[in-house]
Write a protein that binds this ligand. Sequence first.
Ligand SMILES: Nc1ncnc2c1ncn2[C@@H]1O[C@H](COP(=O)(O)OP(=O)(O)OP(=O)(O)O)[C@@H](O)[C@H]1O
Length: 533
Amino acid sequence: MIFALDEELDKLNIDEENGLDPLEDVSSIESDFSNFPQEQLQQQQQQQQYIQPLTSDHLNISSSINSMRNRRRSSVLDKFSILSPMHTRRVSVHHHNNEDLVKPELKRPEGVSEESAIDDDDEEGIVTDTNSKKISDFKPIRVLGKGAYGKVILVKDQESSKLYAMKTLKKAEILINESNVINLNIERTFAERTILSQLEHPNIVKLFYSFHDQNKLYLILQYVPGGELFYHLKEYGTLSEDIVSYYAAEISCALKFLHDKGIVYRDLKPENCLLNERGHLILTDFGLSKKAVDENDPNNEGGDSNEESIYTLHSIIGTPEYCAPEILQGLPYNKNCDWYSLGCLLFDMLIGKPPYTGNNHKIILNKIQKDKQGPKIPFYLSEGMKDMLNWLLKKDKTKRWDVDKYWKEEKVTTNGNGNKGKPKKAGKQRELKFQSHFIFRKINWELMESGDLQRTEMGPIVPMITDWELAENFDEEFTSMSYEDDYAIDIPKSNNNNNNSNLDGTITGSNGTDDIFKGFSFKASRSYLERHF
Ligand SMILES: Nc1ncnc2c1ncn2[C@@H]1O[C@H](COP(=O)(O)OP(=O)(O)OP(=O)(O)O)[C@@H](O)[C@H]1O
């Protein structure tokens, strides 16, 4: 369901309902933490190298909040019936009869070849649709989660006994939709496989294989056994500032990495943040991510006019409670929207709900617009945290912290006069370097950015795992589900009965989907597989 928000979310406005207002307006807080003594920071960092593993003191148990926390899925394209501003890709809201359905011209997204791999330096890196893995290579164990187009199942490689998370997507669900959404669905499906096949980052889920058969598409992903951050938030209610700062740093590293590659993530929310066995945060679900054209790239010769620039994306997409206001308004946006979503996620972790909630995007947008001074932030948060939230949650994107630009202090910090370069605020844009912010005083950015920290240290919440196959950190709502429907091995129908299927599962024929999913299969290079297992 698209932008379908649980009505229960409104009930989370417990403070308003009870006449209590623990929130204060801190929009005027623009304190500059650049003056925090650096030596003291470094000393602190050395002493307390990383944040200590979780103790009960770290957790602000809030049963009233956690009992009401509701899952917000699925985040797909919004169907804007009322708002239809300029630059908005309009998506129809009414249902068609089959006869009325105008079959769109289906096309594989630009840039997706029939063969692909992470490296081409070893021959295993290149696969075609016919020699990739197949469903029968994996034994299903249990369901881990459920998305818009299928389930995510914990599977075991029959040959190696390694565990993976297998994301299944039903072709019919992708294709049987309102006609003008189909191409966007296909684009979304390919985007996830293409983007993930090109990434390698310690805080981003790894894709090892992808393939398809007659009815489904499969992504064989790294199994992240610690479950969703959502699951842990549901358990604990809210988290301490130390823990939140740690996750903020890990998510920021992943977002910055994506942005540097021209990718906007667009779907940051606790359901898409998983914890690995060491308690580090792993971003998953790249179905809404977009690799956009860099207008400044001299190699970009204009290209397809349908391509959206990284500087100006228009699709209305995401989960409204974590969406930047410009997206909700249907205005052009850029990678800066991910930093607003980070603000919403931090707010949620600290307070128990995102800054604005409501039954639909319009209610949320109204609330954002009504709140001239920005969201109300509780008085009990530290000044540093208030400052961070305030700068990320600026509704005017031109005033929002441009984290990509002001990411970190360059190595040489002296200006022409030999004075130490001092971060400053100029006009309305914040020029303080993100990594130097007070809330990150305990983070060793160098280790984190290199991935060494994730390899050698535990994160702040180390999930309880007695047996990886039990998937103990996943909601029973999912683990108790049947996987029969999503795992069924398709027996391709023979070619001479006009049923449009080939032995490799690709569809050919006159059903309008000719070869549309061809090129979906992928196998990571041998070196990549060896590095991660
Ligand atoms: N690599 C993984 N390891 C463990 N669990 C996973 C993994 N990937 C996904 N999951 C689980 O499955 C759930 C659904 O996965 P995902 O968000 O990728 O599906 P989706 O179809 O894109 O969902 P949505 O429709 O909500 O966007 C996740 O929230 C998570 O609980």
